[in-house]
Design a binder for this molecule. Sequence first.
Ligand SMILES: C[S@@+](CC[C@H](N)C(=O)[O-])C[C@H]1O[C@@H](n2cnc3c(N)ncnc32)[C@H](O)[C@@H]1O
Length: 366
Amino acid sequence: MFGTTEIIEGHTKLIVPSDHSKGGPGKRTDSVFFNEQMAFNRDVSVMFLRALDKDVTVADAMCATGSRAVRIANEVPNAKEVVANDADPKTMDFVTANIDINLLTNCRASNKDLNVLFSEEAFDYVDIDPFGPPVHFIQAAIKGCRKNGILAITATDTAVLAGAQRKKCERRYQSRPIRGAMCHEMGLRILMCSIVKELAKFDRGMEPMLSFYADHYFRTYVRVTEGAQNADKALSKLMYVKYEQGALERLHSDSPDSEYRYGPFWGGNLHSSSHLNMMDASFTAEERRCGKMLDLWRNELDTVPFIYDISELSSFLKISPPPMDDFIAALNEIGVASRTHISPTSFKTDLELKDVVTVYRCMPRG
Ligand SMILES: C[S@@+](CC[C@H](N)C(=O)[O-])C[C@H]1O[C@@H](n2cnc3c(N)ncnc32)[C@H](O)[C@@H]1O
């Protein structure tokens, strides 16, 4: 095909536009979308699906070149049937070429608006990967998700979710975002909250399986749970936050008031530890990065909603930071603390702020 190039990602050959994006959020152009930097994101889908203990049907509802769908069909032995769908007719030459070049018999091209696709068919795993916010597609994705199926949703409107455009976030997600050291963790939790609220409209709840921030996007994989009770259970895990930028204290509450004015946010876990333990980085495109992230996700305190950054403590207390590992080890002597996947200088702990500050002050410094 003219203006195309062939690459290998993971164990899959991909024909993609020669002028594709190499990094960042990717350009929205007249040509078919492909971003090389999202190889890690696609690796995670492959690891995630391989770790399920049964055969699954998969819909990559906004597939562009079909890169994710084709990798799943080629690299996930339990992917029984994969639909590579995109509404844009220009994508179909890429999708069919990618299915053919990998000799796939478990992958089919589909050229429909995802609203049409999900009014006709339902799947065990539904993937939504739009330009920008996913909010306009979540209801359709829920309809296309079989009982106890999985929704995998990307949001690339990172600045909005992380509080740089508060009004836009309030309109789009009906949540008030937070600026400062917590902004990415809380942006992820706004995305998850918006999924809980959409699912509740259908008497369905959710259990997170893997949720993360990376590069320029947020991504969450959630298991859909059935029934009004499960919807209520998920709604009961939403929370509001009291926080002043520049202060260290953060507190949460079940209901909003003039002090607890940020949110609502998802206040439960980010991951399923049993699923993470089944995931394996072997044979991915970016094995090293995948292995490192699996390690961080497995070890972070994902049920603790608040993150601190060591630079916040240092500028607030006017004391230079100790080495991160030593500080986390010291916190773990009196409570529980971990690094987080969000940033190398952030940590989480179940300790009260006064204890965190005491430990910080007492740390030996070179
Ligand atoms: C960011 S790209 C997807 C990238 C792709 N998942 C990958 O990994 O390379 C978003 C795609 O969604 C498609 N799209 C937008 N609205 C759609 C809709 N309503 N139904 C189906 N596809 C849609 C666009 O044509 C575009 O190809």
